[in-house]
Structures are given as C-alpha cells and as structure tokens.
Ligand binder design. Structure first.
Ligand SMILES: Nc1ncnc2c1ncn2[C@@H]1O[C@H](COP(=O)(O)OP(=O)(O)OP(=O)(O)O)[C@@H](O)[C@H]1O
Length: 460
C-alpha cells in the first residue's frame, strides 16, 4: 500500500496518545511526527512545513487548558495559514469543538478515537491539501509560513514562552522587568508590551539610565523649575511626566548608583514626583518597564542593588534567552537580515551558501541578535560574488569553544582539596553554560538552590 504523501504532526501531552497515533498513522501517511510540548509547534512547523496538525485542546497545565488549545490553534493559523488543523477533543467538549471550527480548525475527532474514522478524516484533509497545492503549484505548506510576533522573529520554544508572557501581561498595568544579555531584544519586548497595552496610543518614553549622569538624573526624570540650577533656563517636565498615560521604559536599571536607586524608589513608592526647584508633588500615571543585562539578584546579594527596588519593579519578569540557546531561530533571523540588507545595498541576487548557514548556526553569538544583524550587513557590503561565504562574516573559527576552553579552569585533582575542587567544578560548569544556573546545576547534578549556595560560599 503506498502511503499518502502528507506530513502530519500530532500534539498531545499524553505520551500514550502520541505513541498510539504514530503507530496507527505511519501505516498510511508518509511523515508522522509527534510532540508532547505545544511550545515546540512553531519550530517544528518551520522545519517541516506540516500539511496537517492534529491538535489536542486540553493540556495538563490546569484550569485554563482549553484556552491553551485555542492559543495554539491561533498560532498555527497565523504562522502557517496553509496548514490544516484538526482538533482532538473529549466527548462532551462538543461546544468547544464548534467554537474551534469557527476559529479556523478544519475538523475535529473525539477521543478516544476510532481508528478507521481518524484515518478517514486525515486522508480527506491530506487529499484536499494535495489538490490545493497542485492547483497553486506549491510543494508544501512550508513556503507560506511567517514567523513574526510583533517585531520579533523566532520560533524557538523559549521565544514562544516570551510571546505568551507578553500577551498575558501587556493588558495589565503590572511593572515588568526584562532581563537578558546585550542584543537579545529587551527593547523590542518593551515596545511590544507597550503596543499591545491599553496605553498604546500614548507615549513610550525610553530612558537609558546608563547614559544619565548622577547630577542630571533628577532633572532628567522628574523635571525642573526655571532657575533650579545654573542651566535651567525654563520650566521643564521630566521623563516621568512625558510618559503620562503611557509607558516609561527604564533601560539599564542595573547601572544606577545606590543613591539614585533610592531616589527612583521614592518616586515609585509614592507614585508622585517633585520637579527640581519646586515643592509641589505631581502624581504619576505611567506603566513601568525596566530592563538590564546585569545580574540583579547577585547584585542584591552583594549589596549593590536594593532589594526593595527590585521587588518594586519585578512584578512580572521576562527573561530573553541568548541566541546560542535558541539556535532554531538563527536561520530565520539570518534570512530576515539578509533580505533587509540585499534590498538596502541593492544586491538582490545575493544568497547564503550552505556552509555559511552551518557556520552561523554553530557560532556562539556573544552579541546576540544585534551582532547577527551587524555581521550580515557587513557581509552583504563586503561580499564580491553572488553567494555569502563563511569568510565574509569575520567570525573567529570556533571562537566560542576556544574561548570557553581558555576560560575553563584546568583541573588536576592531586593539587586540590575537596573544597577547592568543588569550587573549580562549579566554576567550570558556570563557564560552560555561560552563567545559566539551570543548565549548570543540571550538569553538576544538584538543585539550583544548592548551586546558588555554592556560588555564594566560594564567592563566585
Ligand atoms: N527576535 C528578534 N527578531 C528580530 N529582530 C530582533 C529580535 N531581537 C532583537 N532584534 C533586533 O536586534 C537589535 C537589538 O535588540 P534590542 O535593542 O531590543 O536588544 P537589547 O536586549 O535591548 O540590547 P541592549 O541590552 O544592548 O540594550 C535591534 O535592532 C532589534 O530590532
């Protein structure tokens, strides 16, 4: 029996269902893949371009489960409009299924399914796909996929979690703290939060706290009255007031001195500011978003960042993962920047070679997306032929692993006490995982808390 040339993805958090579905369907269809984690859907769609997704509506994350099913239905339709979605739902969830059909699903099957019925529904969906693509001359659903979320590009599970958090928190006035290395998209996230908020049509005021001097801090943030200091030629509102009704984005909050942290905290706690040279308090109406690439929690432990200020600004935290921890996104981002710069520099024929893509995917990207952006621009400008080669990028070969090796402490057990060996092991794991506590703890076989204790103990 020849198999239907169709790519099917089954998404369900119950492993038994996945195994049963795969065993049944692979007898009839060319490709059947499964995942128990819906956060992997976008990356899998990008990689495989599925014709049909068989999607469970209920995930074990609790009461809002059907909401999650609708979320992923919407995601699939947005990301890959040509992919057919068939829902799996329990008996009694018919109303839910009807709503899902209205929202774009093509069909639904009841669980537990009858084998012949499931196969028939899927064959039907696949046949429709095949005739649609013949008519339009397309090969798979893959060509029509788009992987944008606001200004973000990225399909990795880590970024899906970021998008979902932004969706959940954007409509509230909760203070948000965005953490992440340089160039990971903290400002992109802050702008997305603003655009998706009730304050979207009001100001988005960004203040780079790293660039505001100690002496100008108060006048810059809180404003001043004419004559408050030598250069104060007229009354001026500060950034808090300029952001009234909108969002105030305080970037690089980790760079504030303790004295300035105290001033900022006072304003946030009292929800009012006083312009320099006046004594009239003015109420503030802002949504606060802060960002930093500094390790604020360590800084609190070291006494260089106030704990009360941290708790004031971090009602919700968003952690943007470094690019090297979401390599699934590199190809998409590289193509995105390639398109921008081939247009900008009028080089429409320029393509990336296979080896270039491989190299870009392997590279460590310490400067994250900003570095990829600049590397692509430089390569497009400097490249002579019609194909970009690894050499056009000036990425030191194996820089990351070489660098890591150099940074790795060498361990010679004979020269150490148990105590110093422990310190070295912790250091080694932290370097290897670029400071990622979860991964380092996993490698050492201890809990995150136990790792934090050891970091503190050894003063690392
Ligand atoms: N997921 C993404 N998709 C597309 N472009 C991105 C993405 N993330 C970041 N960028 C781009 O990368 C650059 C750096 O992003 P951004 O300024 O938001 O980073 P950042 O974390 O705030 O950096 P820094 O810590 O240096 O201030 C910007 O040009 C931004 O548009």
């Amino acid at each position: 029996m020849s198999k239907v040339p169709c790519k099917i993805l089954i998404v369900d958090d119950e492993e038994d269902i996945l195994v049963a579905g795969r065993l049944l369907l692979k007898q009839y269809f060319a490709t059947v893949l499964t995942t128990s984690d819906p956060y992997h859907i976008p990356a899998m769609l990008q990689e495989h371009g599925f014709d049909v997704v068989l999607l469970d509506m209920n995930y074990s994350t609790g009461a809002t489960s059907s909401k999650e099913g609708f979320h992923w239905l919407k995601q699939i339709i947005n990301l890959s409009p040509k992919t057919t979605v068939i829902l799996m739902t329990a008996y009694g969830d018919i109303e839910l299924a009807v709503r899902a059909l209205k929202e774009g699903a093509s069909d639904f099957v009841l669980k537990p399914w009858q084998n012949e019925k499931l196969v028939a529904i899927l064959k039907n969906a696949c046949q429709n796909k095949i005739s649609e693509s013949r008519q339009s001359g397309e090969v798979t659903a893959k060509q029509n996929t788009t992987f944008h979320y606001d200004e973000f590009i990225g399909v990795s599970p880590a970024m899906q979690r970021v998008y979902q958090t932004i969706d959940k928190v954007a409509g509230t006035d909760a203070n948000v703290l965005i953490l992440g290395e340089n160039g990971t998209g903290k400002e992109v996230a802050a702008r997305a939060l603003h655009r998706k908020s009730k304050r979207a049509d009001k100001a988005f005021e960004k203040v780079d706290l790293g660039a505001v001097s100690e002496t100008l801090f108060e006048s810059e943030l809180f404003g001043h009255a004419k004559g408050a200091f030598t250069d104060a030629k007229e009354d001026r509102a500060g950034r808090f007031e300029a952001a009234t009704g909108g969002t105030l984005f305080l970037d690089e909050i980790g760079n504030l001195s303790l004295a300035l942290q105290a001033k900022l905290l006072t304003a946030l706690q009292s929800r009012q500011i006083i312009r320099l040279g006046t004594n009239k308090p003015r109420p503030i109406d802002i949504r606060l978003i802060c960002a930093t690439n500094m390790p604020l929690y360590n800084m609190v432990r070291e006494g260089t960042f106030r704990q009360d200020l941290l708790y004031r600004v971090n009602t919700v935290e968003i952690l943007l993962p470094p690019l090297r921890e979401r390599r699934e996104d590199i190809e998409l981002l590289a193509n995105h920047f390639l398109q921008i710069y081939t247009q900008k520099y009028d080089r429409p024929a320029l393509k990336m070679s296979e080896s270039t893509l491989r190299r870009l995917k392997e590279y460590h990207w310490p400067g994250n997306i900003r570095e990829l952006d600049h590397a692509m621009e430089r390569a497009v400008i400097l490249c002579d032929g019609t194909e970009l080669h690894p050499d056009d990028f000036y990425l030191a070969p194996n820089e990351s692993s070489q660098m890591q090796q150099e940074m790795q402490p060498k361990i010679n057990a004979d020269e150490h006490t148990l105590e110093s060996l422990e310190k070295l092991m912790v250091q080694k794991a932290l370097v290897k995982h670029a400071g990622n506590i979860t991964h380092a703890a996993k490698e050492l076989g201890i809990t995150r808390t136990a790792l934090y204790r050891r970091i503190e103990k050894h003063g690392l």
